[in-house]
Every structure is written in structure tokens, then in C-alpha cells.
Design a protein. Structure first.
Length: 491
């Protein structure tokens, strides 16, 4: 099939979250499966044209923007690394010539984010026609491209170029919805008859995520667990009813990981290689991690954390539990950045209890690999987690996840069963200090008293298959379903 994937970010060019990992990695595996794939995204300032060898196309692309009239942009073409998958970058200085993707220097969303991403959505469809890429599937992602399915059902509904094109809309995080004032209807140019509670309207605003949910041929999110959760009010952020109405066309597919980048047997960032058959190198990686972050090189359980320091990730609960956890004979190495109060708190604890806790504020890809390889356990106490990637890296490295049973964490980590010995980690359900501390205590007790169990759990974890090859095959099935549904509708 021919797949036109539209996203606001993609690795390695621009990233704020898991969306970028999917948009920058899934297409390569789809291509290896025999599909013809292309990616469309903005050309932000951080996307270096020389570094990525981008070539400017000899075309000026006209983009209708409703009441704003027709705007124009340039287009650059590059490739996803280590692939022949083309990436088209929409060049518009006014919309994308900024230092960050979505927010200003104060962390507030840009006031024109509605126009910026409506422009991306319309430009992506205009570009497909301009370069002659007639897609079987247009794959849109999150609210930033929620207008794509809407446009296919309105402006392009009778366009022969898109007559057989189905749309897939993926939700990476239901919390972010793209809510804007009602006048956005005039920028979309689709007519005010679409502004009602069964279409674009939500809480007396235009909701671009809802546009995608209502108009896409098929919907999916990034784990089966999260698919179940966002049909409930607690996780649906007001749109759970829309999801329930479309449950027959709503699916969950767990993201994959790059098994070449995350490979403990050949990871250049870690101190020693190891694999499922020879775990001896993992102890050397632990000693290296302790030295790098400034922890004493003691033989105690070492817990790793690599996370955004925000409430979604349960970091406020970790902060409340931290001194209690440090009463255990353990060490914790934390890497992340986020809310200022959490950064300050964790830095202060590092100064007070540096023999057991070290926080490195910021992000380092090399240190992230060292934590995955050198830690005994990996802690993820998320409030909600659509998919999660770090627990998948941890499984790959035999670093047993300690997770809250939510979304993709619940889907991918098997809770240790003391009777059967089956498991790949340790899970808790209630997001409370007691539940967090008790589960960490359970894992630590097992480490001290049953080292043979820890070894077996590590081997079971490392035998799990969460490759992109597997996920891409499921996306292929989803695309075929969407195409069949579109054809049936056309009959």
C-alpha cells in the first residue's frame, strides 16, 4: 500500500514525546514490509537543512486557509536515517521559524497553534497531489493533524485523487486535544454546519482531536490498555463518549523499539556487553553507572528512572515517597527534566542523601542507555501511560520494571507470580505512596532473598518481543482494514 504519514514531529529531526518515535521509526519498518511510505512534518528551526542534507523542491505550494485566503510555503525533502523513506518538510517561516515546536519561552502554547497545524494538515494533502503520491492511507497523528481526516471528508471528498484514500488517526495522548475558539471554523473553511456537538464542537470550542476522532476511517491508540482506559471518563478528558461511539473502528497497537539501537549485546554507550545467555556484563554496567552518577559502588539494588518530571509520570508521588524509599538499603539514579519544583526537590535530595540517591537534571542519551543497562529495576509510577517505551527498553536489558498497572505499562509488563515464577516485573494499581513503597519493597526483598528468581525474571524479560517489526505488521493489518472499509463505503 501507499501510506502518507503526517505528524508534527519525528525522530531524529524534532522530538518532544513518543509521537516522534513512532513517526520516525514505524515508516522504516513499513517500508521493509513492502509498503511505499512517506512522512510529512514541519521544517522547524531545529531541523538543520545541512545536517540532514535536505533538498528544496522546485515548487511553491499553495495552501487554502479558509478566511485567511491561500498561503504559500516551500518544501524540503530528506530521508529517514538508514532508509529510503522520504520525509517532506513544510517550510513556512511565519509558522515554523521558531526555537521550539509548540510553546514559547514561558512554556505557554503559541497563540497561533491553531493556524500552524491546520496549515500543516492542509499542506500535507496539497503536497501529496503536487508530488503525485496518491495514497491508499493517510495516517494522521494527534490533534496537530486532526484536521486531515476532516479535510478528506470535506474539501477533498469529490477529488478523484483521493477517491480511494482511507484515513487512520492515531491518539498518542488523549490529554492534549487542540481546543481553540469557534472562529477556527472559518480557517478550516468547512462550513459552520460542522460546528455542533456531534462534530467539531467540544465545550463551546473547536476541538481538533475530536475532528480526527469523528472523521477518520479508523482510529487507534498505542496500546490495548490505553484504548480501554480512554473509553472511561477518568482518562477520556471529555471525549470518552466519542471513542465509545466508534469502538468498532478503534484499536490498540503497542509501539515497538529499535532493537539495533537498544541492544545490550552491542550497545556502545554501556561498559560491557551482555545477553540473555550471559548476564555477567550487567554487573560491570552497574558499577559503571554508579561511578558515572556518583553513587558508592556497593552491591545493593539499584533502581533507575528516566522520565519527564511531571505529574503524568507520577513524579509527585515519587517525591512524596522518596525519603521512605531511601530507608531501604537501595540506590536510585534519576535522569530527567520537567516541573521546576520537582527538579529542585530531587536535586536537594541528591545533596542530602547522595550515597543513596542521585538526580541528573537534563537529558543525556548516553546516560539513559547506561541507566537501562546498569540498573537492577526501572521505576515508572505513571498516572497514565498510553504506551511507554522505557519499560520496553528495560525488558530488553533485563532491568525489571516496577510500574503502575496502567495503559501500555499494564499491557507489556507481566507481574511476578511467586507461585509459578512467571513474570517480567512488579506492578501496583493504586497510585499512592503506600502502594509505590510496598511494591518497591517487594522487588527489593526478592533481590536480597531470591537472587535465582531475579535471574529467571531477567531472562523472561529479555525474551519478550516488542520489536517494530511486530508492531509494523499490526499496522499493516490496520491499514488493510481501513482500505476495505473505505472501498465498502464507496460502493
Amino acid at each position: 500500500m501507499r501510506i502518507w504519514l503526517v505528524a508534527s514531529e519525528a525522530v531524529p529531526f524534532a522530538k518532544t514525546g513518543g509521537l516522534a518515535d513512532v513517526a520516525g521509526t514505524l515508516p522504516k519498518w513499513l517500508r521493509r514490509s513492502g509498503h511505499e511510505v512517506a512522512v510529512v512534518m514541519p521544517r522547524y528551526y531545529i531541523v538543520d537543512r545541512q545536517k540532514y542534507n535536505l533538498k528544496k523542491l522546485a515548487l511553491a505550494l499553495g495552501v487554502p486557509m479558509g478566511i485567511m485566503g491561500e498561503l504559500w510555503c516551500g518544501v524540503y525533502e530528506g530521508r529517514l536515517p538508514a532508509s529510503d523513506v522520504p520525509v517532506y518538510f513544510i517550510e513556512h517561516e511565519g509558522f515554523y521559524g521558531r526555537a521550539s515546536l509548540y510553546n514559547d519561552e514561558k512554556g505557554q502554547g503559541f497563540l497561533d497553534n491553531d493556524n500552524r497545524f491546520i496549515f500543516l494538515s492542509r499542506a500535507a494533502l496539497q503536497l501529496a497531489k503536487a508530488v503525485g503520491f496518491q495514497p491508499d492511507i493517510v495516517h494522521a497523528n494527534d490533534w496537530h493533524t486532526g484536521a486531515v481526516p476532516l479535510f478528506l471528508n470535506t474539501h477533498y471528498a469529490v477529488d478523484p485523487f483521493f477517491s480511494a484514500t482511507a484515513s487512520v488517526f492515531t491518539i498518542h495522548n488523549m490529554q492534549y486535544q487542540g481546543n481553540f475558539y469557534e472562529g477556527v471554523v472559518d480557517v478550516l473553511g468547512v462550513g459552520w454546519h460542522h460546528y455542533h456537538v456531534h462534530d467539531l464542537m467540544h465545550d463551546n470550542q473547536v476541538n481538533l482531536l475530536k475532528a480526527g476522532l469523528v472523521h477518520a476511517t479508523v482510529l487507534n491508540t498505542v496500546s490495548k490498555g490505553y484504548a480501554r482506559e480512554i473509553m472511561m471518563p477518568a482518562y477520556g478528558y471529555g471525549l470518552d463518549g466519542v471513542i465509545r461511539e466508534r469502538f468498532r473502528d478503534f484499536f490498540g497497537i503497542v509501539n515497538g523499539i529499535d532493537l539495533e539501537e537498544w541492544n545490550p549485546a552491542a550497545d556502545p554507550a554501556i561498559a560491557a556487553p551482555f545477553d540473555i545467555n550471559d548476564l555477567s556484563g550487567k554487573l560491570l554496567c552497574k558499577r559503571d553507572l554508579q561511578a558515572v552518577v556518583g553513587l558508592p559502588q556497593r552491591d545493593v539494588p539499584l533502581i533507575g528512572i528516566v522520565s519527564r518530571l511531571v505529574e503524568q509520570k507520577g513524579m509527585d508521588v515519587l517525591a512524596a515517597a522518596l525519603y521512605r524509599l531511601l530507608e531501604l538499603d537501595i540506590q536510585i539514579a534519576l535522569l530527567g527534566t520537567g516541573d521546576p519544583w520537582l527538579q529542585t526537590f530531587f536535586e536537594q535530595v541528591s545533596l542530602q542523601r547522595g550515597n543513596r540517591f542521585q538526580a541528573k537534571i537534563g537529558y543525556s542519551e548516553e546516560l539513559a542507555h547506561k541507566i537501562e543497562a546498569g540498573a537492577d529495576f526501572f521505576l515508572m509510577p505513571s498516572r497514565f501511560e498510553p504506551c511507554g517505551l522505557n519499560q520496553l527498553y528495560s525488558l530488553r536489558y533485563g532491568t525489571l520494571p516496577i510500574v503502575r498497572a496502567t495503559g501500555g505499562l499494564d499491557d507489556t509488563v507481566i507481574n511476578y507470580d511467586e507461585k509459578t515464577g512467571v513474570g517480567t516485573g512488579f506492578k501496583f494499581h493504586d497510585l499512592t505512596v503506600d502502594a509505590l513503597c510496598n511494591t518497591v519493597g517487594w522487588a527489593v526483598y526478592t533481590w536480597y532473598n531470591h537472587p535465582d528468581v531475579i535471574t529467571r525474571l531477567r531472562q523472561q524479560a529479555m525474551s519478550c518481543d516488542y520489536s517494530w517489526e511486530r508492531s509494523a505488521a499490526k499496522y499493516g493489518q490496520l491499514y488493510r482494514y481501513a482500505r476495505a472499509k473505505k472501498r465498502k463505503k464507496n460502493i
